[in-house]
Design a protein around this ligand. Sequence first.
Ligand SMILES: O=C(O)c1ccccc1NCC(=O)[C@H](O)[C@H](O)COP(=O)(O)O
Length: 219
Amino acid sequence: MNRILFRTRIKFCGFTRPGDVRLACELGADAIGFVFARSSPRRIEPEEARAMRQALAPLVDAVALFMDNPVDEVRDVVRQIRPSLLQFHGDEDDAFCRGFGVPYLKAIPMGGELTQQHPAALHARYPGAAGFLFDSHAAGSGGGSGRTFDWGRIPAGVQKPYVLAGGLTSDNVFDAIIATLPWAVDVSSGIESGPGLKDGDKMRRFVEEVRRADCHVLD
Ligand SMILES: O=C(O)c1ccccc1NCC(=O)[C@H](O)[C@H](O)COP(=O)(O)O
């Protein structure tokens, strides 16, 4: 979805401490991600997520992340956390993703071999998706690796909002936004001092660089 830049939304992902959630909201995050993928070092239990959900400021979205979790687990998180958006990183199909009555983002793996995605095929496979998240992991692997992918591989002509993820930091997010004009950017490792431990200075610098890109006049 090409557009003129106006305000790139910011999702900070993989929180494990309520204090970090509060700070992220104050610094200007639009959405906070909680990881329930079983393979993740940032995985939290629904009970922990509830405490962090309560730390969210008004008008900041809670996003719940999954990767091939059983249906009952997703249902339990939806019931306990009331996220405004779900994000699926695994092999889930459209029927599964929209079966919880909450809008969803489908993560599209852009690493590994089978990465050339045609927009028409994406829309046909996930007609119910609110948008797509292009991430650097390969199919079958988890995100949150801190690795980038070749942004030139994002398919042209995607008709839904898309989120750029994978290896973003305050050093590269300006260029990433100018190159891809995403609806939003998503970052985990690039704002951390260790897995799940967010760093206030890194979050602040990241937000500043996104705003700088939004003020940049496109050629
Ligand atoms: O963050 C994880 O540990 C994770 C594990 C399994 C599936 C998805 C996961 N994270 C997804 C995200 O949205 C990350 O923010 C995204 O992959 C970017 O991560 P990073 O490259 O560390 O900025």
